[in-house]
Ligand binder design. Structure first.
Ligand code: PMT
Length: 207
């Protein structure tokens, strides 16, 4: 769940507007259903659901390590986090000072794709669920992500739409699963989390 912070210097970072609400609601819904849940979360200001074991991380690299540590024991992995795709090539140990008339040019390198790596090492029977935060060509882009990351299920949300995606209490997703008709769900993030878990269980029964 949540964003990652990719630090530029001790007081600045690159990030995105993810609040963690979607991931936390999925964790809560799974726990209500009796699952043993580990929630790997980037920096958010939410109270974790009771009964859920939480691993707090800051950067995409830390999230990668935490997810890979937990993955082997998981029956179902759901990647709702908005992971930073880039980090600065070299984080400055000191606060970068403004110099008169000089622009600051950052050189960015790619972070690892956690979902793709989880897809690569997926165990037989394990279900890997991703999200796709899209602004155009939703279905086509989601299908591409599902294939390239070896996901079993993807929940695509149009993050330009009002009341959808980042930092709001509601969401609207289309759940795409291999060999199943698409399922749409809109409502509070708690309702959307439940609908997503229903889709996961349907695919588990079928598989
Ligand atoms: O946190 P909220 O405010 O509640 O907002 C919810 C949300 C908008 C963050 C959520 O609904 C959502 O869409 N999460 C995925 C955001 C995202 O980064 O999507 P993406 O299309 O860029 O990535 C596709 C998938 O790959 C995602 O499952 C993502 O977690 C994963 N990924 C991406 C990059 C990366 N380096 N590693 C990854 O694992």
């Amino acid at each position: 769940a949540g964003p990652t912070h990719e630090y530029i210097d001790p007081v600045r970072f690159l990030s995105n507007p993810s609040s963690g609400k979607m991931g936390f609601e999925i964790a809560r819904a799974a726990w209500y259903r009796g699952a043993e849940v580990t929630l790997v979360s980037g920096p958010v200001s939410l109270v974790p659901p009771a009964g859920v074991s939480v691993v707090n991380v800051t950067s995409a690299q830390q999230m990668y390590e935490a997810c890979m540590d937990e993955a082997a024991d998981a029956d179902i992995i759901i990647k709702a986090a908005a992971v930073g795709d880039f980090r600065v090539q070299e984080e400055s140990a000191q606060k970068i000072k403004r110099k008169k008339g000089e622009d600051l040019v950052l050189s960015l390198v790619q972070n690892r794709d956690i979902a793709a790596e989880l897809g690569r090492v997926k165990k037989p029977g394990q279900i890997l669920v991703g999200f796709a935060a899209e602004t155009q060509d939703l279905a086509a882009n989601a299908q591409k992500k599902m294939a390239s990351k070896n996901l079993d299920i993807i929940a695509v949300n149009d993050v330009l739409a009002k009341g959808v995606g980042f930092a709001c209490d509601t969401n609207s997703i289309t759940v795409m699963a291999r060999g199943c008709p698409d399922v749409k769900c809109s409502g509070g993030k708690d309702e959307v989390a439940d609908a997503l878990l229903d889709a996961v269980l349907r695919s588990k029964t079928r598989g």
